[in-house]
Write a protein that binds this ligand. Structure first.
Ligand code: 5GP
Ligand code: MN
Ligand code: MN
Length: 472
């Protein structure tokens, strides 16, 4: 593998073997994965072999190993030139994502009530691998509404306010959902879980704005220094996982019919325009809507918990998905082309003036929400003009140690005590879950975000620090 430094924040892997396009890794030298210990660059190379891929196989600064595609990978295929869709390029937690709520109160006003609030959140936010959600969807018919209309349906039936939808990607529901492509098993798994965090890496965090880098953008996003915020990270639970498993299996069987070979079985795929491709895209959109309704219901539960302990309102800053494939039009080689843009562990970052942004955000660009760790910081970024990788940026700090490695080196109890001693209230589900998500298991989020900004993918708006964490 030949890696060339193109700038301090951009490396290029020259095409060789089955690669159809180069690999482009947005990283500093320090963040560049070590091929001896991390297979993610090998995965970037494999992705570059996908039929119909255009421009490059991209890696964000938080890249690490994932199923088929790396986490932190972006790849776009040309739909009208037999470009493929690969479920592994979206991931098992379809539309896993983040939303940020801005509270109408500052840290000093909340601190006296923090313990009570954290206990209320601990009681009301369902989590863990198999837990049920806060919303008891009445049955298959109602779930179908969730799959078709996502957060929009949730708000229509009273679980939120109209303004919430203005601050969700796609107005709260992505188009093209096809509930008929979601298996009975997936539906069964999803019925009871709307409004639940799930396990481990998912969380609900009470945070404080510690630093503002861009006053005008922060004002447009409704953020100011010392303000209390809530960040929610979760996805499509068992439903999304089942959709991914089902469609990977179908595509594994279909690939030979389309004459497709891939360097790694986990890259199972089919032309986006084929029956199998369209079926997956319809099911993926349904799972995406499920995840958005999920985050909407957790927002409502959070508002109720806040209402018991404060008089503050919680406004949605934005809701983003960081595991999704989107059909977008981009100019490639001087031609407008319809692309299937896979973003897995990567966030869309629309530039100022993009027609998809609500009018009040258009002058500053799309808010991008980056969780870091429960013991360090998280960030709010904004999309920039000319952003690379089809307007994408990182999605988190990114793992450096596997869950298994973290478990061996960290004690969950000691971690809890350390965080509490630093003024971060912890409400966990298991000691194991806490240890697996220890800050030491992740890259330095400040370095990741500086690299993303240095690479011209986004710009920094605000830095948030945790004061209370509810862990999945
Ligand atoms: P993923 O979607 O890849 O599971 O996680 C996204 C990012 O969330 C990770 O790369 C990590 O930086 C961040 N993260 C994981 N656990 C926590 C947490 O408890 N609090 C915060 N703020 N971030 C977290
Ligand atoms: Mn997830
Ligand atoms: Mn996620």
């Amino acid at each position: 593998m030949k890696i060339v430094a193109e700038s301090p924040y951009r490396f290029r892997i020259e095409p060789f073997g089955t690669m159809r396009v180069p690999g482009v890794v947005f990283a500093s030298r320090a963040l560049l994965p070590d091929p001896d210990h991390d297979k993610s660059l090998e995965q970037v190379i494999h992705v570059a072999a996908l039929p119909g891929i255009v421009r490059a196989s991209y890696a964000m600064p938080d890249v690490h190993w994932g199923y088929g595609f790396p986490i932190g990978g972006v790849a776009a295929t040309d739909i009208d030139a037999d470009g493929v869709i690969s479920p592994g390029g979206v991931g098992f937690d379809i539309s896993c994502g983040v939303r940020l709520l801005a509270a109408g109160l500052d840290r000093a006003e909340l601190v006296p009530h923090l313990d009570g609030l954290m206990d209320a959140l601990d009681r009301t936010i369902p989590r863990g691998m198999h837990g049920g959600g806060v919303w008891h969807v009445s049955g298959h018919r109602e779930l179908e509404h969730v799959l078709r209309a996502g957060a929009r349906y949730a708000v229509e039936v009273g679980h939120g306010v109209a303004r919430d939808l203005e601050r969700c990607e796609d107005g709260g529901a992505i188009a093209g959902a096809d509930p008929d492509r979601v298996s009975a098993r997936a539906v069964e798994r999803g019925l009871g879980q709307v409004g639940s965090l799930g396990s481990g890496n998912h969380f609900l965090e009470v945070q404080v704005v510690a630093e503002i880098y861009d006053e005008a953008a922060a004002r447009a996003f409704g953020l100011h220094p010392d303000q209390v915020c809530v960040m929610i990270h979760c996805g499509s639970r068992g439903l999304g996982h089942q959709v991914c498993s089902d469609h990977v299996r179908t595509m594994e069987a279909a690939m030979s019919r389309y004459g497709i070979t891939v360097p790694d079985r986990q890259l199972a795929c089919a032309p986006a325009n084929s029956p199998e491709g369209r079926a997956y895209l319809g099911a993926m959109a349904a799972a995406t809507n499920y995840a958005r309704a999920n985050r909407q219901l957790l927002t409502e539960a959070t508002r109720h918990a806040f209402a018991r302990h404060t008089t503050a309102e919680l406004d949605l800053v934005y809701d983003i998905s960081h595991n999704v494939a989107a059909i977008e039009t981009h100019e490639v080689d001087g031609k407008r082309r319809r692309l299937c843009v896979h973003r897995k562990g990567a966030t869309r970052a629309l530039p100022p003036g993009d027609p998809e942004l609500p009018p009040d955000l258009a002058p500053v660009g799309q808010p991008v929400l980056i969780p870091g760790t429960m013991g360090t910081a998280s960030f709010v970024l904004a999309g920039v003009a000319g952003g690379g990788a089809f307007h994408s940026t990182c999605h988190g700090a990114g793992r450096v140690r596997s869950r298994h490695q973290a478990l061996r080196s960290v004690s969950g109890r000691r971690l809890r005590d350390e965080l509490e001693a630093r003024g971060i209230a912890v409400r966990g589900t298991s000691w194991r879950g806490l240890a697996e998500e220890a800050p030491s298991a992740y890259k330095d989020v400040d370095a990741v975000v500086d690299t993303a900004e240095g690479a011209g993918l986004c710009r920094k708006v605000a830095r948030l620090v945790p004061i209370g964490v509810v862990k999945g």
